[in-house]
Design a protein around this ligand. Sequence first.
Ligand SMILES: [Zn+2]
Ligand SMILES: [Zn+2]
Length: 401
Amino acid sequence: MENLTRREFLKKGSLAGLAGAAGFLTGADCAAAEQLPAQMGQAMRIPRRQGRGTEPLNPKFPNFGGFVTLLADLHQHTTFSDGDLWPAARVEEAKREGLDVVCLSDHIEVRPFKADIANLDLGRGYEVALPRAKASDILLIPGLEITRSEPYAKHLNALFLKDFNALVTERFEDAVRAAARQDAFIFWNHPAWGQKEPKATWYPQMDKFLEEGILHGFEVVNGFEGDARDYQPDVIEWCQKHRVTMLGNSDAHKATAYLTDWSAGEHRPMTLIFARERTLEGVREALFAGRTAIYYYLPGERDLLIGDEKWLLPIFNRSFNCMPKRPGIGLNEVVFQNDLPFALEFKVLSASGIKVPEKLLLPHGSSTLTLEVVSGSVRVEAEVLNFHIGKNQRMVVEVSL
Ligand SMILES: [Zn+2]
Ligand SMILES: [Zn+2]
């Protein structure tokens, strides 16, 4: 056991520094957490979502392994297809919500405002948004959504396009190949949408495109209006089996402010991209290399991070820390530091040297629990219920004090 005074603990590392600056043990999170000891022995309940008034959450995730963690929404619509907003307004929204990377992937085939827009060039939405993106320090990816409907919903996003209009083709397959010829990053959107059952459905075209190397990912998460189709754990398995990229995007048509209750801590789904540099080329390289995870608010339940353990474990390790206040055994105050933008939920699998409740809910920021330490060597093994590393698989972590 590492014995540190509170001051030493606070000095240790940047997380502690942040806690000190924010007023350690005085925030609302801590006030809630300090009521916990009275509930020992039963599942602990504290407010898991941190209300932030009418402002978006603006979440932050740590960098690791030489990668910078970027927040992206790679699937949205503007008035250049069937969205409610002008492209520049979409960029402003994204900036406000803390995003780094945006693709305004308007439908090629669905353009209800055609008669209202004089310039029908498919790249016009991108051109209109670009100056605002540059002014807002947003990386804007040129892209479109190929939107066909026979005999099932075939919607694919093609990113990093050079010639938008080359995707206007008679046949669906030809549009995908026209994008592939431009070295586009191509992913299959919302594989559960438009299906008879509300679940992701596999089609032979997916095998064909994967074999040809022109399909590079799937949306595990699409949309955020609480539809049962929004999050498809089956698709995590598809991505892992075929070694392609996992994506989670809003597919926003309306303004996100109308779709999101900021005060409840809600946010649009985002793709976390682990890039070597914060540039479009850096984003492109990371997407093709499969270095992504998904940040998703499961309505009415909890915030999730979804992705391979090799990305989620370093994020956890850099965001979470705990330390008893005093050395020795007996009743002790354990200080938890959670720098993720949401409350962490643990299901304790085994614990030695300490009495811990079966379920632990630790809010964003620092919190303190009074726990009974029964030996000098403490080890806790727990499932992190917010971290989905496979279909029906939660990440297991080991914590030693
Ligand atoms: Zn679609
Ligand atoms: Zn769409």
